[in-house]
Design a protein around this ligand. Sequence first.
Ligand SMILES: [Zn+2]
Length: 147
Amino acid sequence: MVKSAFIRCKSCGVVNKIPSNRFNDKPNCGKCKSPLIIPEKPVDINSSNFDEEVLRWSGLVVLDFWAVWCGACRIVAPVLDELAVRARGFVKVAKIDVDKHPDLGKRFAIKATPTLILFKDGVKINKIEGALSKDQLDQWIASSVKK
Ligand SMILES: [Zn+2]
């Protein structure tokens, strides 16, 4: 079934409705013709791209606060990689290395890794600590969105 995703243009800010069967056709913004970026792998977040990649994304973002030395983060990493492909255009996956970006860890009061924060249209809607399986992650997202 073809579903449509709402992708905000990074150049002009207009939200474009793109059917999922056109994701690979290099869609352009209907207004300014800039290429629309529909990531299919986790996006690395830092202080300078946080607003653009997380707060201004239209729809859902799973933001993973992780650390290189964290074993549970390595367990959840492939689950998030898989989600980024499977839910492309609908759930964006973003990652923050808390050692490189302590300012963002502090901003969201991160006490443990991994911590996942779910954003919808730039608003934080839920937060969970610890590694999740694929099913647990799907359930967490579904129940968070329903609230
Ligand atoms: Zn545009």
